[in-house]
Structure formats: C-alpha cells, structure tokens
Design a protein around this ligand. Structure first.
Ligand SMILES: Cc1cc2nc3c(=O)[nH]c(=O)nc-3n(C[C@H](O)[C@H](O)[C@H](O)COP(=O)(O)OP(=O)(O)OC[C@H]3O[C@@H](n4cnc5c(N)ncnc54)[C@H](O)[C@@H]3O)c2cc1C
Ligand code: FES
Ligand code: FES
Length: 1296
C-alpha cells in the first residue's frame, strides 16, 4: 500500500495513464480507452459521507480523471496478490479454471470480481454474471471464467472440488487506509488543478458551485466523466473549465417525497438502482411502475464500472437521443429542479425539454440540481423497452418509455405518454399520437390507430444517422404493441371484474415477458490419458496455460508493459481521411509547434525502400502522392509523450484532390476492379450434373467482415542499437520474421541487423499476421531517424481504422439436387472485398475455394473467384482465413435445398456428408474421416430429435417468440496452402544445471502454444515441465519462421522440437547407458564434462504436400479436422433479439495434447464465430469511412451471450497419424460451428414467417443482427414500414 500525494495533477490525466506510466503499475491494461472493454478495471474505495460508509466500487481507470481521486484508495491487480507473495483466490481460480488465454482481459476481470467479493462475500451466480457485464474477453468464450468464479457463488453448482482452491478469507484483505478515514473528519476544501489546457475545480458547497457556473457558463460539470471523457478523447473536444460537483450534499441527496422519489443530480446510477429497488420491494407494486421501468433500463445500461460512477444528471444533461433514461423520465413526466446563482425553477421533462441535438432548455448558468421520479397510481401503467445490437453494455438502437392512465374503473385512456429514443435528434414525445388516443378504449382498434399514427408521427429520413431506418421504424411500433399487450394484461388482472377487458390470445402472452437469464450449465468431455501413461508424461493432461497465474496477477508482460527506455519517444500516425484521393499538400507546421514534438516523417524519410507489402509490394510505409483508403498511413509524428504525439498528429493538415472511390463488392463488380484475374476451380462435369438434377436452386448471400478485436492493440517498440544499422524491435506480432524482413527493407539494411522479439500477444486471431508491419516499419523508421527508442501502441479507434479485418464475401450459387436431397451440381461465384492492397487475399480466396463444400461431397462443381480491389483498408488473415465464408455459403445453399425438398434438414445434410475414402473436388483422398462419427455423436448428445419436436411444439404455442434448431458440420483442411510455409524450426538449449531453454518459431497469443510445446519437450526429453522454460520468440534464435497461423503451429513446431530433442537424446544416450540410475542433472553434467554439445536445432516440414493448381490434383492438406455443433435459439419476433439457449459441440482434435487448452480453443473459437455470424457488424459510410471504431459501436460477444447450456465434447479414440503425438490442429476449425446459431435463428424466422403465412426461400445475410431478424419476421407491423426505394436516397451506411 502506498500513500500518493500529487500536488500538480493535469486534469486531462486519467488514472490508467498515471498507473501505467507514472507508477509503473502495468497490470492494469489499456484495451480501448473508452470504458467499453473493462481491461482497465481497478477498485476505488472511499468514505462516502452521504451514505456514511466506506464503499468499494469497480471503475474503468481509463475514464477516471486523476483529479477526481482525492482522498480515495485505489486497488490494482498488483495490490491483491502476486506470485511472489500470495495469490488471491480470485486470481487463482480464474487461472486454474482455464479462464485466461492471452490474459490481456484477465486483470480487469479479476478486479471486477474482487470488488464484488469485497462487497458481497457470497454472491449469487447472477450477481457474478452481472459483475462481468463491462468486461470483454475475445479468447476464452467466457464459460471457463464463469465456471471458475462459480466457486464463489452461493449455491455453487460445484463443478470443481472446492478443496482444490484456497479459501476466500476476508480478514486477509487490505483495510481502508485509516489516514483517509481521518481526513474525512476534517473539512473538505475546494480543489483547483490547472493543467496545460484544462482547469479542474471541485467546490464543496452548492453556493460556490453556482457562483462558479455563473463565472464560467461554458464550464462542464463532471461526475462520472463517462460522457465528457469520451468527448475529449474521441471527439477532440476541449473544455477549459471543469467543475466537479460530486461532493456537494444537495446533489447527492435521495429522498422519498409525497409525490415520488427525489434524487440529487450527482447520484450515481448504481446508487439510484439500489434506492429504487428498495422502494419497489417496500411499496405496493401499483405505485412503483416507473421505478420498475427505470430498474429494467438500468439492467441493460452499460456495465457496472460505468454505472458505479455515471450520474443521473449526466445522463439527462448529455441530452443524447439514445439516452436510456430520458424516455422513461419524459413519459413519466419527471420534475427537474434547475438552479443558478440566486434562483431555482422546476420544469417538467416533456417534449419541450430537449431543444435540439444534445441541447436542453437549461441556460448556460444553470445546473440540474435534482430530479423527482413520480409514483404511479392505480390504473396507471408504465413500461420501458430497449433494443440494442448486444443485450448487455450497449447503447440503444431504439428505446422508449410508455405510460397509460385510465379513467377510474374503465379501460378508457385518460393520459398517455409515449417517449422514444433513437427516432430523431432528441428524445421524442409522440405527442400527436398520445393526444388522439385520449378517451379511447384500450382495444384492437386503438392498437391499429396508434400504429398508424406512430408511423406518421415518428418519421425517419432513409438517410438518418445511425442507419437501420426500417428496423427503427418497425421497433417503434413493436414496442407499442408490447406495451399494448402488457397494459391489457394488467388491466385484466386489476379490473376484470369491473369491466370486460379485451382478451389476449394465450400464444401472444410471451410478447410481454421481460428477458430472463437462466442459470448457465456446461459439460466438457474429453478422453483421460491411458492408465499406463508415465506420471512424468504430461501430454494429454489438462494443464493450465503456463502463464495463466502471471496473467491473473498482472505480472505477465505485454509489449507496451516494457518499462520506458532512456530518452524514449512516442509515435503517432497521421492517416488519410479520404478513401481515394491525390495528396495535394501536407502541412505539418502547426504540428511541429506542439510542445515535445521531435519530427514529422513522410515517405521521403524512409531510408530504404518505401514500397512494402506481403506477397507483392503494392503498399507503402508512408503514402506517396495518393491515398487509397481512409486510414492509409501518410506520415508520423514523433514526440516526447503519447499525448503530445497524438495532439500533434491531429494538427497535421493534409489537403486532397478527391478521386472516385470504390467501396463495396458491388461497386468493384460494376467497375471490374479486381486485384487478380478471376480464378476458376472445376471438377466433374457441371452441365451433366445439372442435367441429372431433379431441381435447381439459385441465390446469393452476403457475408459481412469482422474486426479481430484482439484486446491488446498493435504495438511496437524499436531500439536502435547504435552500430552497423542494428535495431531491436519488440512487437506484438504473429510473424516476427516478416517484421524483420520488412523493417530491414524499409531501413535499407540486411536482415541480420534486425532482431524482432515477441514475448506474448494479447490476442492476434490473424490480425497480427501481416498487418503489424504497418506500424512496425513506421516505428523503425522513426527510431532510425531520431537514433532513439520509439514506441507506439495504437489507440483502439486507430487500430480498427487502419488494420483491416476479415474479408466480406458475396457468394452467388446455383445448385442442382435430386428429390432425396442428394447434391449433384454446384456452380458458384465468390467475391471478396480485399481492400486497397492484395495482402493475403489471394491465399484467403484459395482457402475459400478449398472449403466451399464444407463437409459435403459434391460430384460436379465449378467456382469462379474474384478478389475485389476497393478503397477500404486492406483486409487480411482472420481465424479461418476465408474458409468460414465459403462454408457459410455452402450451408446457405444446403438450407435452400432442404427447404425445397421439404425433408428434415439433418437427413439431407447427412446424406451428403463425406465418407471414408471419398475424393474431394481438389482430388484429395480423404482418410480417417470422422465427420459422420461427430455427426452421430452430436445428434445423440444433443437429443436432437426430441428437441426438434419440442421446438415445433413451442412454436405452435407462441406467436411472438420462436425457437429454432440447427445442426452444422465442419471439415477444415490443415496446413498452409502455400506449401513452403509448412516448415518450422526449434532450438533447445540445455544448461549445466539441467534446466532447458526452449525456443521455437511460434508465438504465444493466448492459444496455449507454449504450454503445449513445453509438454511436447517434456515428453520427448522425459523430464518434468518445471525444468523447461520458454522465454520468447525471436528472430535471432530461430530464423525464417512461418507466421503463427493456419492452426498448424503445434503440428509444425511440436515436430521441430521433437526433432531437436531426439538429437539431444542421441547425444545423451552414452551417459544414460553409463549411469542408468543417474538423474537428468547427472547425465547433463557428464555430457558437458565430456564436451558434448547441449544445444540442438530441430527442423520439420510437412511431407507430401504437392497440390498442383494447374491439374487440380495432389495433396493440398496434411489432414482434415472435423466437428459438428447443434444449437438452439429463441428469437423475439417483435424486436429481433435472440437468446442462445443451448449448444452441443463434438470436435475431433485427435488425441488432445492438452484437453483444457483444446476445449478453450473450441469454446473461444465458437464464441468468436457467434460474434461473426450473429452480432458483429462493421459499418462504413458510402464514402468508405469506418463508423464502428471501438467497443462502443462494434459489439463482440459478452459473457451473457454464451449459450445457457454449453456442452463441448472432444471426440474419443481418434488418433491422428499425421501430427505430433497423434494430435490435431484446433485453432480455426471450431469457429465455423457457430453457423449453427445463425441457422437456428433462420429456422426460428421460418417459423415466424409461417405464422404470417409466408413460405418459400428467403435470403438472410450474415450476421443475423436484430435488424435483419426483425425485418425478416414479416407481419402487419413490418408491412406498415416499407423500406425506401433504393437509389432514391443516400444511405448512412453501405454493405461492403
Ligand atoms: C461504455 C459506456 C457505456 C454507456 N452505456 C450507456 C447506456 O447503455 N445507456 C445510456 O443512456 N448511456 C450510456 N452511456 C453514456 C453515459 O454513461 C451516461 O450518459 C451517464 O449517465 C453520464 O453520466 P456522467 O456522470 O458520467 O456524465 P459526465 O460525463 O460527467 O457529464 C455528462 C454531461 O452532463 C453534464 N452534467 C452533468 N451533471 C450535470 C448537472 N448537474 N447539471 C448540468 N449539467 C450536468 C456535463 O456538463 C456533461 O455535459 C455509456 C457511456 C459509456 C462510456
Ligand atoms: S481500457 Fe478502459 S474500458 Fe477499455
Ligand atoms: S484471455 Fe480474454 S481477451 Fe484474451
């Protein structure tokens, strides 16, 4: 524990930067800087003089101004336990339960749960889940994390033997520092902090605050900083004066009055939630309708870290059109007290309160003092609804508050308040609709009239910001329909004896149910090692990731955690704001005036060649003359700090002469803009195939792109070594050899002068295979030029903007089949959006072409592929590498074939599955085909057939909720398509004390590669894993490595390690023979004394990879991995929401090297696929600007998105002769299994459409987002909101 006194705090400094850069506490991570990922979570403890107690809250350090932390205690992950002192049980359990893969999210998750336990020693499982609402993990799939923490839960399901863990002992926790407690007894004083641009004033009385507000009318009032912080960071806003009212009693009061509950404007949302909950528990239900609605909105409002600091006043006064609380406050007619120096006034929050986008009736000198939320009376009903892209921690697409009050003892409407967010530039009141319905009876006619009026009143331009216009209009009606039903239901319950309330058909009732979380459950099945296996042989054991404990304590070092080097500089990129343009001028004069700036670099500063690229050199280090995408790197500012570099980078002025950009696949087709000439792959006789077909389907599907969203952004530190052009680089990359090579070219030196080192990555997923060089070459040029160490870790928004992602695909198909569903001919056109450079796109397309059968035998096939050249940032490798898109297309046409045949889906799919000995359309004979085994096991373990019946029955009984079920196979080819990459090296060094330093060509990015490689070396050498260490991957130990990609790293590096170990064993053999009872150390010592080399380099290449594209024959893959998943979902037909009820996976991983790591890959891959197919949507403007540049707008799955029942089983008895110790690759193959969620959703939509008597094929593009789901569930409401005619307007976003 440390006491910190800072006299001069810069108001722009946040806690995270302070912890990491000033105190060197790098356990707390920077994942996004915008409150959306939770990797910066710390615990703040303070004495709350209003609640008169010490409170502990989890907060996002990235948004917490350091100024706001006067008299608080901050606990970081380092403060609760370490490997050198004592592990905290929270750290121990997440690590041992396999809940940490890359580990970048882990400290934040640990701190969230630690804080929960400080407040609540025996939480429920639901409380644990809620605690994690604001923490994202991209690797694990969350199941293991939740299961590890379930051991703290009341009623723990006991998946672990609790005796395995250290008990939680609250007496071991640090106490709240007594000196801080004592300080609270002394008088609070006004605080002033003055920084370079901003002054922070924290007054202690209301009078003082109002005087200050009158003196500085433009000043911002900051409580949680969750809006202002974002505006300053992301939107470049500067507020010279900040007033912090958090300590003023009147703004923190809460009180029940005669008419409602009064809250001071600085009350936090967490506090409001607790206070309202108590009122709901104590008061009669009819009085608390509004409170219940506020609580329902708070359930889905951000994550806990935000709710713990964000104030009610901040939500109101930001006046955001998508505020979750304002529609409720407006519809309920809350009273707001406004104060200024010398006066107060009370206004009702109604349609007049918001005067424009982010504007209110408040005068500049006024502040919001308090808000009164009213009680409701008998016969008055209130509901609130919200639909977002993701259920938890997401801003609304549309939300609303709705109130209806009835003439006493009747169903005649007396008052009606309908307020909407997301339907215009402010929170809107549908006043006209409400007025027209007064005096009417609450029945079907009213519903009909209300919908017509709402359609008329809540118009949205087809170009409206935010897009999804048709969906938003439909939602406004759907919400009213839900409200209508719920009021009808309540009227029925309250008054049915007084008058006849219109009855609700029983199948309609589910439309009114609020979303319920069910307790999660999971089963993981894997094969135990055989009974005779030696106890020292750990291959096949579920060992925890070897770094997981260090990751949980924050001791694991990532690239940006390296301490600052002497005289280190920071780099910030200057990137293009145009998609396609000639650069007219670049003016850095203003930027160079910014304090601390050293230089500005452009193409002319590159000492070697500025031309760069992966397979061909079609890229630049810095743009030359022309930019070809928004985000194209034009130059770089180098300065003494990140803040100065980033500020200066924004001051560089670039002028452009615009050229016409090509953004979408469709544009590229129209303009014939392709990187390569089209490629054709053909087998069989397509014409004959179609001639044999009983029927033919044709269609197309667009499959969107995906952002990698590794939690650790791209990062490089370059250190010039001062002689012979040597430079050392620390890079977060999957491909150190390529960084070495491209940096050498950019600097004009031979590769032997450049060393690239990689300790670990905070996730990669393909995004750090080639795109890391974009940053590394620029940083290396800067280090070369300044002769000083230079660092850059991209901000999340920059990373998402510049680095590209998974390729969007368009697939067109024509498929011939027989009556029984047997496929006889498939004719395909595949288009991918590659962006502005080729990067790996041709290899991605090759893999797509090799996986367009998914797991089905297609006798006659023809495919033509096109790599579209567009003005988007270059798309690149991403787990699956083009295969998921092609397999998705296969399942799409298979789905159509099934629908056309009218046969059970699983029957038609199975009929077409490959069998042993089949020959693929690339003429490779399939051996050890496990797909049917996986299929049958999955059908069985998921009880598919009985659940199919249950789903059908559910759908008969429910009109507005529908369930769907789907089973999907996958087959994934293992090896790089470029045969030369299928090689690996390893270096095994044995030291005289017997310890072994292992190095191989693969990088550790969370996938557990190093853990598996240590297991392999341990088995090969016959020594315990404790004697083996991997320190890093570096180009000066193992040269010319292939990227850690294509799922083959264990296969390749494992074999290379095995080879090196065999060399060493052969050398040790004589010493073992001479001393058979000796120890390892004795043999090593004897060998050393006998001058035997104790180091060996191993090498491996996959044999017999000889695919010949000209002849379309030979072996393209070493072997195939197989898997099958069955998923069930439930959709809300009115809102497009969906819930993942259950998934069962059977995955073939051969004889698993490490079942815990493999199950982690299966679950993590599945959840990443779930994001890909059902949630994550990259949105671009028609001009090619990426809107979705952070976790605020781009939604990856959170813990609540995992299937409620999530069962994973590794196929037993399936040794694989082709890889190390009979194992199989596992990184990429499971991702596609998440298509089972997509097709379960489609199955549910089919049921919804059938309820509206709509049958026949329909196109559902991927991902299946709420708007796509809702728009496909055609009903009377959708018919009222037809889409605008394409071509008659410019849409806000385009499908690329
Ligand atoms: C990750 C994340 C998730 C979010 N999720 C949601 C969500 O789900 N739903 C939602 O509605 N919002 C969401 N928000 C927005 C934000 O959290 C809320 O609007 C929050 O209530 C703002 O409160 P604050 O105290 O942090 O505001 P601050 O940033 O401190 O202040 C916001 C604004 O309010 C003004 N202000 C504050 N108090 C007063 C006062 N008493 N008188 C006059 N002006 C005042 C300030 O001057 C400033 O302009 C999210 C934000 C983040 C970063
Ligand atoms: S870094 Fe703070 S929430 Fe992401
Ligand atoms: S382990 Fe959670 S992001 Fe990698």
């Amino acid at each position: 524990m440390r006491l910190i006194v800072e006299k001069n705090v810069d108001p722009e400094l946040n806690l995270l930067t302070y912890l990491r850069k000033k105190l060197g506490l790098t356990g707390t991570k920077l994942g996004c800087g915008e409150g959306g990922c939770g990797s910066c979570t710390v615990m703040i403890s303070k004495y709350n003089s209003f609640q008169k107690k010490i409170i502990h809250i989890a907060v996002n350090a990235c948004l917490a101004p350091l100024c706001s932390l006067h008299r608080t205690a901050v606990t970081t992950v380092e403060g609760i336990g370490s490997t050198t002192t004592r592990l905290h049980p929270v750290q121990e359990r997440i690590a041992k339960a396999h809940g940490s893969q890359c580990g970048f999210c882990t400290p934040g998750i640990v701190m969230s749960v630690y804080t929960l336990l400080r407040n609540n020693l025996e939480p429920t499982m639901e409380e644990i889940e809620d605690t994690l609402q604001g923490n994202l993990c991209r690797c694990t799939g969350y199941r293991a994390i939740l299961e590890g923490f379930s051991t703290f839960a009341k009623l723990s399901p006991r998946l672990f033997e609790p005796s395995e863990f250290k008990p939680l002992d609250p007496t071991q926790e640090p106490i709240f520092p007594p000196e801080l407690l004592l300080l609270h007894e002394s008088q609070q004083q006004t605080l002033f902090f003055k920084g370079e641009h901003v002054t922070w004033i924290q007054p202690t009385t209301l009078k003082e605050l109002l005087t200050l507000k009158s003196k500085y009318p433009e000043a911002k009032l900051v409580v949680g900083n969750t809006e202002v912080g974002i505006e300053m960071k992301m939107k470049n806003m500067l507020y010279p004066v900040i007033l912090a009212p958090a300590h003023i009693p009147q703004l923190n009061m809460s009180q029940r009055t005669e008419t409602g509950i009064l809250f001071g404007a600085a009350c936090t949302l967490t506090y409001i939630g607790t206070f309202l909950k108590q009122a709901v528990d104590e008061l009669p239900s009819y009085r608390t309708e509004v409170f219940q609605a506020v609580l329902e909105q708070l359930r889905w409002f951000a994550g806990q870290q935000i709710r713990n600091v964000a104030a009610i006043g901040g939500n109101i006064m930001t006046a955001s059109p998508i505020s979750d609380l304002n529609p409720v406050f407006m519809a309920s007619g809350c009273l707001l007290t406004l104060a200024s120096e010398g006066s107060t006034r009370v206004v009702r929050m109604d349609g007049g309160f918001f005067t424009g986008y982010r504007k209110t009736v408040l005068k500049p000198q006024e502040i919001l003092l308090s808000i009164e939320i009213p009680y409701t009376k008998k016969g008055e009903y209130f509901s609130a609804f919200k639909q977002a892209q993701r259920r938890e921690d997401d801003i609304a697409i549309v939300n609303c508050g709705m109130r209806a009050a009835f003439k006493e003892g009747t169903d005649v409407v007396e008052e009606l308040g309908l307020s909407y967010g997301g339907m215009g530039p402010t929170t809107l009141s549908a006043k006209k609709t409400s007025e027209q319905l007064l005096g009417k009876k609450w029945n079907k006619e009213l519903l009909q009239e209300a919908c017509l009026l709402l359609v008329d009143e809540l118009t949205l331009s087809p170009s409206a910001p935010g897009g999804m216009v048709q969906f938003r209009r439909i939602l406004s009606l759907s919400f009213f329909f839900k409200f209508y039903l719920s009021v009808l239901q309540k009227l029925g319950q309250d008054f049915n004896s007084d008058f006849q309330v219109e009855s609700i058909p029983p199948e309609y009732l589910s439309a009114t149910e609020l979303f319920q979380k069910d307790p999660p459950s999971a089963v993981q099945l894997f094969q135990q090692v055989p009974p005779g296996q030696s106890p020292t042989d750990v291959v096949g054991h579920p060992l925890a990731h070897l770094s997981s404990i260090k990751q949980a304590t924050g001791e694991a070092i990532y690239c940006d955690d390296l301490p600052c080097f002497e005289s280190e500089l920071y780099l910030a990129l200057v990137t293009s704001t145009e998609a396609h343009a000639k650069i007219s001028s670049i003016n850095a004069s203003e930027a160079l005036k910014v304090a601390g700036v050293t230089c500005f670099l452009t193409a002319k500063d590159v000492p070697g060649t500025n031309k760069t690229g992966q397979i061909i050199t079609d890229e630049t280090v810095f743009a030359e003359g022309e930019v070809t995408c928004v985000g194209h790197v034009i130059g770089a500012i180098v300065a003494d700090s990140a803040a100065h570099a980033q500020k200066a980078a924004k001051a560089v002025k670039v002028t452009y002469e615009k050229l016409k950009p090509i953004i979408t696949i469709q544009d590229a087709i129209t303009h014939e803009s392709f990187h390569d000439s089209p490629r054709k792959l053909e087998n069989g006789n397509i014409d004959l195939g179609f001639a044999q077909a009983d029927d033919i389907v044709e269609g197309e599907m667009h499959i969107g792109g995906q952002e990698h969203f590794y939690l650790e952004t791209q990062c490089t530190v370059a250190i010039p070594r001062g002689e012979d052009g040597e430079m050392e680089l620390f890079v977060s990359t999957q491909n150190p050899s390529q960084i070495q090579s491209l940096v050498a070219k950019a600097l004009g030196v031979p590769a032997n002068r450049i060393v690239c080192r990689v300790k670990r990555l905070g996730g990669g997923f393909g995004g750090k295979e080639t795109r890391s060089s974009l940053l590394s070459t620029a940083v290396a040029v800067a280090a070369h030029r300044t002769k000083r160490p230079v660092r850059c870790a991209l901000n999340r928004d920059e990373d998402m903007l510049v680095s590209g992602g998974r390729h969007p695909f368009l697939g067109r198909y024509k498929v011939g089949f027989q009556k029984n569903g047997k496929i006889v001919a498939v004719d395909l056109k595949l288009y991918c959006n590659a962006g502005d450079s080729l990067d790996l796109s041709s290899a991605v397309m090759t893999r797509a072409l090799f996986h367009m059968d998914n797991a089905y035998k297609i006798p006659n096939i023809r495919a033509i592929s096109y790599i579209c050249k567009t003005n988007l940032p270059s798309n690149t490798a991403f787990r699956g590498f083009g295969a998921p898109q092609a397999m998705m297309l296969a399942e799409c046409w298979m789905n159509d074939v099934v629908a056309k045949c009218g046969l059970p889906s699983e029957q038609v799919q199975k009929l077409n599955l490959y069998q042993e000995g089949d020959i693929t359309y690339t003429n490779q004979k399939l051996e050890e085909v496990n797909i049917r085994k996986c299929w049958d096991e999955c059908l069985e373990s998921s009880s598919y057939h009985s659940r199919r019946k249950a789903v059908d029955e559910f759908n008969r009984q429910h009109r507005w909720k529908k369930r769907g079920l789907a089973i999907i196979p996958t087959k994934f080819g293992i090896s790089f398509n470029a045969a030369f990459l299928n090689q690996a090296g390893a270096l095994v060094l044995i030291y005289t004390d017997g310890s072994v330093l292992l190095t191989h060509g693969g990088t550790e990015m969370g996938q557990g590669l190093h853990t598996k490689m240590v297991q392999v070396a341990s088995k090969a050498l016959g020594i315990p894993i404790s004697k083996i260490h991997i320190s890093e991957t570096s180009t000066n130990t193992v040269p010319n490595t292939s990227p850690t990609a294509a799922s083959v790293s264990s296969d390749l590096n494992g074999m290379a390690i095995h080879d090196a170990c065999q060399i060493l064993l052969r050398r040790l053999e004589p010493f073992k023979l001479a001393n058979p009872k000796g120890t390892w150390e004795q043999w090593i010592s004897a060998a050393y004394m006998d001058r035997v080399s104790l180091s060996a380099a191993g090498f491996y290449k996959i044999p017999d990879l000889n695919y010949d594209p000209e002849k379309n024959e030979g072996r393209a893959f070493n072997y195939y991995s197989y898997g099958v998943a069955c998923s069930e979902v439930e959709i809300d037909c009115l809102t497009g929401d969906h819930k993942n009820l259950r998934t069962d996976i059977v995955m073939d991983v051969g004889l698993s090297l490490n079942p815990a790591v493999d199950i982690g890959q299966v679950e993590g891959g599945f959840m990443q696929g779930l994001g890909y197919f059902a949630m994550e949507e990259l949105r671009y403007s028609p001009e090619g600007v990426l809107y979705t540049r952070g976790p605020g707008m781009y939604k990856i799955p959170s813990a609540s998105d995992i299937p409620t029942q999530f069962n994973v089983s590794l196929l037993r008895e399936s040794p694989n002769r082709k890889a190390i110790y009979s194992s199989k690759a596992v990184g990429e193959p499971p991702l596609f299994l998440a298509a089972s969620i997509f097709f379960a959703i489609k199955d549910a939509i089919v049921a919804a459409r059938a309820a509206s008597r709509i049958t026949g094929l329909f196109c559902l593009n991927s991902p299946a987002t709420p708007d796509r789901i809702r728009n496909a569930c055609i009903d009377d409401l959708t018919e009222m909101c037809p889409p605008a005619e394409p071509g008659t307007f410019i849409p806000w976003n385009v499908e690329v």
